[in-house]
Design a protein around this ligand. Structure first.
Ligand code: NAP
Length: 243
């Protein structure tokens, strides 16, 4: 049995990744922090398609909850093969108008959460000398979009973390890569005002937002042996936005 944990899999990109990895044959742990019904519906879709897994409620910005989740999953399934670090938040604010808690909230989940999960999962993968970690970054990590100074800083940190973790973990058979999507149609994008969305569409050469399933397809490929010699890379899929 191969086991994949997808953080933030109750909705959006994480949900699509969970469903795709289940189709690929993984037993999938659907992590989430609040949306019980949505997480259950991700698992229901997995099971309806013949897959298997469980939902696991844990706030991945809390190191104690992360450690417990990895321990419980390891105990239940006898190992962790793939971790998709996906749970993240965006808070678009201009630097000069930034509110007090934006910096802490974004870094706690988008950076510290990824590090907590990667460390705890790698300690389990280390036993098998095999594993894959995929970090959900963003094109904003390397391409400047006004209003995203904090979010982009967190995703830039994810990219740097991906490079260094890949170098440290390669000798133990653990590959670490990242996916950097552009605008993908999820609740995160629904929250953007219509006039701003229209502005963004104008600068995407493919003239559309991406689909969560298109991100999941890249995650599936990175998890597979097709990418057995690839580590430390950040794969952009943004419809040409950053060109
Ligand atoms: P989304 O639709 O808002 O979904 C976020 C997911 O994260 C939900 O399942 C949510 O579940 C979960 N979550 C939130 N806080 C959590 C916490 N503390 N612990 C565990 N789970 C938590 O977001 P999305 O658009 O799919 O984005 C997913 C990732 O892709 C993020 O890292 C984001 O930065 C990145 N990304 C998105 C886009 C885009 O255009 N959508 C582009 C580039 C990168 P609950 O509600 O149950 O907590």
């Amino acid at each position: 049995m191969s086991v994949a944990i997808v953080t933030g899999a109750s909705k959006g990109i994480g949900k699509a990744c969970a469903i795709k990895l289940a189709e690929d044959g993984y037993t999938v742990v659907v992590n989430y922090s609040r949306s019980d019904d949505a997480a259950q519906s991700t698992l229901d879709e997995i099971k309806a398609a013949g897959g298997d897994g469980m939902i696991y409620k844990a706030d991945v910005s809390d190191p104690a909850q992360v450690k417990k989740m990895m321990r419980d999953v390891d105990k239940t399934y006898g190992g962790i093969d793939v971790l998709v670090n996906n749970a993240g938040i965006v808070k678009d604010e201009y630097l000069l108008m930034m509110s007090g808690d934006t910096l802490d909230k974004c870094f706690d989940l988008n950076v510290k959460g990824y590090v907590y999960c990667a460390q705890a999962a790698a300690l389990k993968m280390f036993k098998k000398k095999k594993g894959v970690i995929i970090n959900m970054s963003s094109v904003s990590g390397s391409f400047a979009l006004a209003g995203q100074c904090v979010y982009s800083a967190t995703k830039g940190a994810v990219n740097s973390f991906t490079h260094t973790a890949a170098k440290e973990l390669a000798p133990y058979g653990i590959r670490v890569n990242a996916v950097a999507p552009g605008f993908i149609a999820t609740e995160m994008i629904d929250a953007i005002p219509e006039d701003k969305k229209a502005e963004y569409l104008k600068v995407i050469p493919m003239q559309r937002f991406g689909r969560a399933e298109e991100v999941a397809a890249v995650v599936s490929m990175l998890a597979s042996d097709a990418c057995a010699y690839m580590t430390g890379q950040v794969i952009t899929l943004d419809g040409g936005l950053s060109l």
